[in-house]
Design a binder for this molecule. Structure first.
Ligand code: AMP
Length: 248
C-alpha cells in the first residue's frame, strides 16, 4: 500500500512570530522555517506503517515556494521515499486539496495522511476538503491508527473523550498531537535524503487555479499583557483584588 503524506513549510514553532508593521501578515524575512509539527507526526506515522510492512512506499507532497524543498528533504530524511513539490507562492486550503486530489488520482495511495492543522494559518480545513473532493472516508484528529485488511481503524480525539471509527481504504487521516512522537533524522539519513527523488510540478500541471478567494484585511498581535506585581501579604492581595482588579 502506498501512503501519501502532505506537509507544509511553516515558521518554526520555537520562533516568536512578529506581525509586520503594515499589518498585512507576519514577518517571514530571516525567520527560521520548519516542517509543520502535525505534518512531522504524519510523516512519522507513515514511516511506522512502512516499518510494520503495511506501507510499501511513502510519497510526500508539499505545495509551496522553491525553498519548501528543505522541508521535503527533512521528510525524506525521516523515511519518506519520494517527494513532490508543487511550486506556488501561496495557496488556500481548497486549492491545496484540489492539487492533493489530482496527485492522489495519479498515485492511487491506500492512505493519505495530513496534519490536523498547519500552525501558521490554523485552518484545519485541507484534510476535510480533500476527503470531500475525493469521496474518501476521513478520520480526523487521530490519536491511534491501525490498518488491516483494506480498512483503517482510527481513534479520534473528540471533546471529552475518544471515538473510534472504521474507514474503507483509500481514506484520509489527519494527525493529532498524541498520535506519535516523531523521531529525529540521523546524519546518514540526512545524507541519503539528498539523493532521493524530488519532482517539481506546478498547479497548472494538475489543472488547478490557485488564485486567492479571500483577502486578508489585517493581522494583529494579541494584546500585550500588563506586567504583574508581587504582594507581601494575603491581606494586601485581597485588598488589591477587591479595590484595584475589582474581581472580588
Ligand atoms: P490546514 O488545513 O491549512 O490547517 O492544514 C492541515 C494540513 O493540510 C497540514 O498539516 C498539511 O498536512 C496539509 N497542508 C496544508 N497546507 C499544505 C501545503 N501548502 N502543502 C501540502 N500540504 C498542506
Amino acid at each position: 500500500m502506498k501512503v501519501l503524506v502532505a506537509v507544509k513549510r511553516v515558521v518554526d514553532y520555537n520562533v516568536k512570530v512578529r506581525v509586520k508593521a503594515d499589518k498585512t501578515g507576519v514577518e517571514l524575512a530571516n525567520v527560521k522555517m520548519a516542517l509543520n509539527p502535525f505534518c512531522e507526526i504524519a510523516v512519522e506515522e507513515a514511516v511506522r506503517l512502512k516499518e510494520k510492512g503495511i506501507a510499501s512506499e511513502i510519497v510526500v507532497v508539499t505545495v509551496g515556494p522553491t525553498t519548501a524543498q528543505e522541508q521535503l528533504r527533512t521528510a525524506l530524511a525521516l523515511g519518506a521515499d519520494r517527494a513532490i513539490l508543487v511550486e506556488a507562492a501561496s495557496a488556500e486550503p481548497l486549492a491545496i486539496a484540489k492539487i492533493l486530489k489530482a496527485i492522489a488520482d495519479q498515485e492511487q495511495p491506500g492512505l493519505i495522511i495530513l496534519g490536523k492543522q498547519a500552525i501558521d494559518d490554523d485552518n484545519n480545513q485541507t484534510g476535510q476538503m480533500l476527503a470531500a473532493l475525493g469521496g474518501y472516508g476521513q478520520g480526523t484528529f487521530a490519536s491511534v491508527v491501525k490498518v488491516d485488511g483494506g480498512k483503517a481503524q482510527v481513534t479520534r480525539e473528540v471533546d471529552g473523550g475518544l471515538q473510534t471509527v472504521e474507514l474503507a481504504l483509500p481514506a484520509v487521516v489527519t494527525t493529532d498531537l498524541r498520535l506519535n512522537e516523531p523521531r529525529y533524522a540521523s546524519l546518514p539519513n540526512i545524507m541519503k535524503a539528498k539523493k532521493k527523488p524530488l519532482d517539481v510540478k506546478s498547479p497548472a500541471d494538475f489543472g488547478v487555479d490557485v488564485t486567492s478567494r479571500l483577502k486578508t484585511l489585517k493581522v494583529e498581535p494579541p494584546a500585550e499583557r500588563k506586567a504583574g506585581i508581587k504582594v507581601k501579604t494575603v491581606e494586601e492581595l485581597v485588598e488589591k483584588l477587591k479595590n484595584e482588579a475589582k474581581v472580588i
